[in-house]
Ligand binder design. Structure first.
Ligand code: HEC
Ligand code: HEC
Ligand code: HEC
Ligand code: HEC
Ligand code: HEC
Length: 336
């Protein structure tokens, strides 16, 4: 039966009359477990979800549609059965670009799924630039990370007890997956200062990765119910500015990248308004920025955010601040 169906798919492919959308329906019918998980995934809604539709309105480009709706002619914007499967079963399990060969071999469901072509790409104006710039570079980040020899699927499609791969691939709206990525520690290092350390321990790339506007917010605020204090906030991400190329063409250039890279832990010190003598609440949050507004990171418009970690650092009583101060005093004594 299986062999018959897959041979049928191969035969249909070889005749180059493949209706990939109908095929997707067939995959769903025979693989209900994977289908139910995929239906709740960001891949399934890659074209139809609100963040993408809003971004497409701002930048109505075939370039964007080609990747978020690979089964639809990129010249069309409409939401149709072809675009509403987003990155479907066929998008991952069948070669999306090759035309079927005489032997139909590229239709093999056994071929390892390739994530790379969609998860690393340049700006659409790359050909006009003196130096190409990646809009997303998860694949390069992965290659140079300590997890470079571990495929994307080993983390993103873990096997369940029955040996099946989890097709939900839930990350950006899933606090548990996000929390696995980083080791985070915070301590008081002065009357109104806290230090936050972030190190990648469970992600095979920078955190955050993917979309160019993703960022982490690191924040802290003195707790006083009677006299609300201002929070201190910092953001880690890629930052961009427009630049004029030698050819006179204006392009978007990357001016900074202070995300937490896989092999380089990061440490931040926040000066927290009003923290002297008060407890401090701190947090780390993964933010999906819809679009930045000017140079002020606090003005950016968000699609949403998901908390990753945080806690309360109490004032006084055995705080790390005291311990650090003791170290400092001992060091001074030794120097004398
Ligand atoms: C008529 C039912 C049927 C259809 C249609 C079908 N499959 Fe399968 N498929 C099976 C069965 C049965 C197996 C073997 C048991 C298993 O692994 O679930 C299988 C196995 C697989 C495997 C495991 C690797 C392999 O080749 O053994 C993958 C991946 C797969 N199918 C993907 C797909 C995709 C993608 C589609 C749509 C293009 C599809 N299948 C359409 C029934 C079907
Ligand atoms: C984002 C890419 C992606 C999408 C979309 C996707 N799959 Fe998979 N699928 C994988 C990967 C990766 C594996 C693990 C084995 C491999 O690399 O081929 C896998 C494995 C499978 C298997 C083998 C059994 C298992 O669960 O390990 C089946 C069957 C399957 N997929 C069916 C489907 C069906 C049906 C759909 C659509 C409803 C679908 N897949 C959508 C990436 C994908
Ligand atoms: C045909 C292109 C394509 C392929 C192949 C593909 N992806 Fe994706 N992937 C996308 C797009 C587009 C999105 C963004 C969807 C959205 O949020 O609108 C995405 C989103 C994701 C996300 C973010 C999920 C979240 O929670 O926001 C992860 C993780 C991911 N993909 C992993 C993988 C892995 C692992 C593979 C290979 C097994 C893979 N992808 C194959 C296009 C692809
Ligand atoms: C060692 C496990 C691991 C490996 C290997 C891995 N990832 Fe991830 N990935 C994670 C974790 C954990 C997160 C959540 C933290 C984050 O967002 O970076 C994540 C996040 C993501 C996201 C969401 C982007 C964001 O931050 O908003 C995408 C997309 C993604 N991974 C794609 C990939 C692709 C493609 C590969 C292979 C080239 C890959 N990952 C390899 C663990 C892994
Ligand atoms: C080569 C494939 C590719 C192209 C081209 C592409 N994207 Fe994406 N896009 C992705 C992937 C992969 C992700 C998931 C990364 C992540 O989760 O951080 C994504 C994520 C997004 C998201 C976040 C979706 C969500 O639900 O959080 C938006 C919005 C988006 N892309 C808009 C665009 C726009 C607008 C364009 C055209 C300027 C574009 N994309 C071009 C692959 C692509």
């Amino acid at each position: 039966m299986l062999l018959a169906i897959h041979l049928w798919l191969v035969a249909v492919g070889a005749q180059a009359i493949v209706d990939r959308v109908a095929m997707n329906v067939a995959c769903i019918g025979c693989h209900p477990i994977q289908a139910a998980q995929w239906e709740g995934s960001e891949h399934a809604t890659a074209y139809t979800d609100a963040p993408f539709q809003a971004a497409l309105l701002r930048e109505p480009q075939a370039f964007c549609r080609a990747c978020h709706a690979p089964e639809q002619d990129a010249r069309l914007s409409a939401i149709t059965p072809a675009s509403s499967i987003g990155v479907g079963c066929v998008g991952c399990h069948l070669d999306p670009v090759a035309t079927p060969g005489a032997d139909g071999r590229h239709l093999s469901m056994r071929a390892a799924v390739d994530c790379d072509g969609c998860h690393e790409f340049g700006f659409p104006d790359d050909a006009l630039r003196a130096h190409p710039l990646a809009m997303q570079r998860t694949v390069s980040e992965h290659r140079s990370s300590p997890f470079g020899d571990q495929g994307c699927a080993s983390c993103h499609l873990p096997r369940d007890a029955a040996g099946l791969h989890d097709h939900r691939i839930a990350v950006t709206r899933d606090p548990d997956t996000l929390a696995r990525a980083l080791a985070i520690a915070a301590e008081r290092v002065g009357p109104s200062r806290i230090r936050v350390r972030l190190a990648v321990v469970g992600a095979g790339h920078a955190v955050p990765t993917g979309d160019l506007f993703r960022r982490l917010e690191i924040g802290a605020m003195a707790i006083d119910p009677h006299d609300p204090q201002r929070p201190a906030r910092r953001w880690l991400g890629r930052r961009f500015a427009t630049r004029v190329e030698p050819t006179g063409i204006e392009v978007i250039a990357e001016v900074a990248d202070d995300r937490v890279h896989a092999d380089a832990p990061r440490e931040l010190v926040l000066e927290v308004p009003g923290a002297d003598g008060r407890d401090v609440v701190w947090w780390v949050s993964h933010q999906r920025v819809a679009f930045p507004r000017g140079d002020d990171p606090a003005a950016a418009v968000l699609d949403g955010e998901t908390p990753i970690g945080g806690g309360v650092l109490v004032h006084g009583g055995g705080s790390h601040f005291r311990a650090r101060a003791d170290h400092a005093r001992r060091d001074r004594d030794r120097d004398r």
